[in-house]
Design a protein around this ligand. Structure first.
Ligand code: NOJ
Length: 533
């Protein structure tokens, strides 16, 4: 993919939680505009040149904006369409690209299309959604489950049929097999691309094509007590239908009508689908403009063995024209610091910023934000409400950005919609900029270093001496050669290689300016050696 060639990194903003400009406790678009100077490339700033905004569309917020009631507007909670246009032009003035979230699989049940579809079986929009008759005994048409718990079918008494919702009942699935639906959704894309939006993150695409026969999903023999109940079944028929990649191609064709725009697909690896073929299908959709995210790091245990294994495999699956988009945090998964620990998460941050491709960084990960425990009475997330107690709730990783040691971490002058982390007086942007050993300073330094073409475009080759504790790899192009070495263990580890070069960066203070032969790496230490001399 040649598009977005120069982009150094993508920064995911969860608009509710980034910056509140009007004191109502919820982040908004004017708040994001206030903080663009923090994001843009420059000296005392993060050095990021693309942002991805989670949904800001009008929505009843049953799934916090992933239940869209109008695809072409802005929810008053976040501001106005004019605010969005201002955000776009302010971002562009700073050379920041703007990617928005596109939710193709489902609308809100309050969207006028669904309201119309629901009026009767004869409605002109009936077939825009997936309606089916009950079984003879009145039960749902098949055994498919909702991701958030319970059946994926909701009964509508007035018309005597069920509609399908792969997520909440308030998120009815659109019928992508209907050409009118596809054409209308492609026009939604054009609406934003015409306005100047640079990129699209496409949500939950796996579900847009289903088994045409709507067969029951088989049971999952590997399901264990305490797992997410969704995985009592293998989702064999309810997603990855035969038309999926054709429909994605239609979306990507729209992207291709414009210059330098891209589309990224949300796709988690399914344990029962061969990973290599899964990636190759997604990358093959339209290699010029489209790619899937790589989410494998979310579940990977912290060890050199596990991380080496998934990165090495993935790097061999893709060709030199296919760009990786490694993601180690997002609004649906526990914060890395809470999952694996603070120094460990910092090292993974370093890994992300030294791997090939375009890193996708979740807001707050650059300062080492943690999951914030949410008392039951403050739970907002429907996932936690519908399947309580299994640790599936996503509120903990969606808490307000920690800007400073001011009240509410400088996020709002009002009452924040979710609690701010207790550690905010130390873990915040302002304090961390003043601390050379902080997370933020590491992100800052490495994002600057990524301006070296070798880090963005160079080849990746694993160091043969890598083992269960040390993970080393080379990045090389015609302009340079770097050696990245990570000690992914809690003990100091001896490195006995014979690489010679200048130390460009280290997570831990080092006396030596060069390395030349054996040395010891501290626990969770990472170094970058310039070996092009
Ligand atoms: C994936 C989104 O990232 C998640 O937050 C949302 O709940 C589901 N898709 C449904 O849209």
């Amino acid at each position: 993919m040649k598009r977005w060639q120069h982009v150094n990194g993508i920064y995911q903003i969860y608009p509710r939680s980034f910056k509140d400009s009007n004191g109502d406790g919820t982040g908004d678009l004017p708040g994001i505009i206030e903080k663009l100077d923090y994001i843009k490339s420059g000296n005392a700033t993060l050095g990021i040149d693309a942002i991805w905004l989670s949904p800001f569309y009008p929505s009843p917020m049953a799934d916090f904006g992933y239940d869209v009631a109008d695809y072409k507007n802005v929810d008053p909670m976040f501001g106005t369409l004019d605010d969005f246009k201002r955000l776009l032009s302010e971002a562009h003035a700073r050379d920041i690209k703007v990617m928005i979230d596109f939710v193709p699989n489902h609308t809100s049940d309050e969207h006028e299309w669904f309201q119309e579809s629901k009026t009767s079986r004869a409605s002109a929009k009936r077939d825009w959604y997936i309606w089916r008759d009950p079984k003879a005994d009145g039960s749902p048409p098949n055994n498919w489950l909702s991701v958030f718990g319970g059946s994926a079918w909701e009964y509508d008494t007035a018309s005597g049929q069920y509609y399908l919702h792969s997520f909440l009942a308030k998120q009815p699935d659109l019928n992508w097999d209907n050409p009118e639906v596809r054409a209308t959704m492609c026009d939604v894309l054009r609406f934003w691309l015409d306005m100047g939006v640079d990129g699209i993150r496409a949500d939950a695409v796996r579900w847009i094509s289903k088994d045409p026969a709507y067969q029951n999903n088989p049971l999952n023999a590997d399901f264990a007590e305490g797992d997410d109940p969704y995985f009592t079944q293998r989702q064999k028929y309810s997603r990855y239908g035969e038309n999926l990649f054709a429909y994605l191609k239609e979306m990507s064709n729209v992207i291709e009508e414009y210059d330098d725009r891209i589309i990224l697909f949300e796709d988690y690896p399914d344990p029962w689908i061969d990973l290599k073929s899964q990636y190759s299908h997604f990358y093959a959709v339209n290699p010029r403009v489209a790619a899937p995210f790589n989410f494998e790091g979310f579940g990977t245990p912290y060890s050199a063995k596990h991380f080496r294994s998934f990165v090495n495999k993935f790097q061999t699956y893709i060709g030199s024209e296919e760009r990786p988009f490694y993601c180690f945090g997002n609004h649906d998964n526990p914060r890395l610091v809470s999952r694996i620990g603070r120094p460990q998460a910092k090292l993974i941050g370093m890994l992300q910023l030294t791997l090939p491709g375009t890193p996708v960084i979740y807001y707050g990960d650059e300062i080492g934000m943690e999951n914030v425990p949410i008392a039951p009475e403050y739970v907002h997330d429907p996932f936690e409400k519908q399947t309580p107690g299994l640790g599936l709730g996503r509120d903990p990783e969606r808490t307000p950005m920690q800007w400073s040691a001011q009240p509410h971490a400088g996020f709002t002058s009002g009452e924040p919609w979710l609690p701010v982390a207790n550690n905010y007086s130390l873990t915040n942007v302002e304090t961390e900029f003043g601390d050379s050993g902080s997370f933020l300073r590491m992100y800052h330094a490495l994002l600057k270093l990524r301006r070296l073409s070798v880090l963005r475009f160079g080849t990746y080759e694993e160091w043969m001496g890598s083992n269960d504790q040390l993970y080393g790899f080379f990045r090389e192009d015609t302009k340079g050669a770097l050696f990245v070495l990570l000690n992914m263990s809690a003990e100091p580890v001896a490195y006995n290689g014979d690489i010679f070069g200048l130390v460009l960066y280290s997570t831990h203070a080092m006396q030596a300016q060069t390395i030349d032969g054996p040395m010891t790496l501290q626990a969770h230490q990472g170094i970058i050696i310039d070996c092009s001399i």
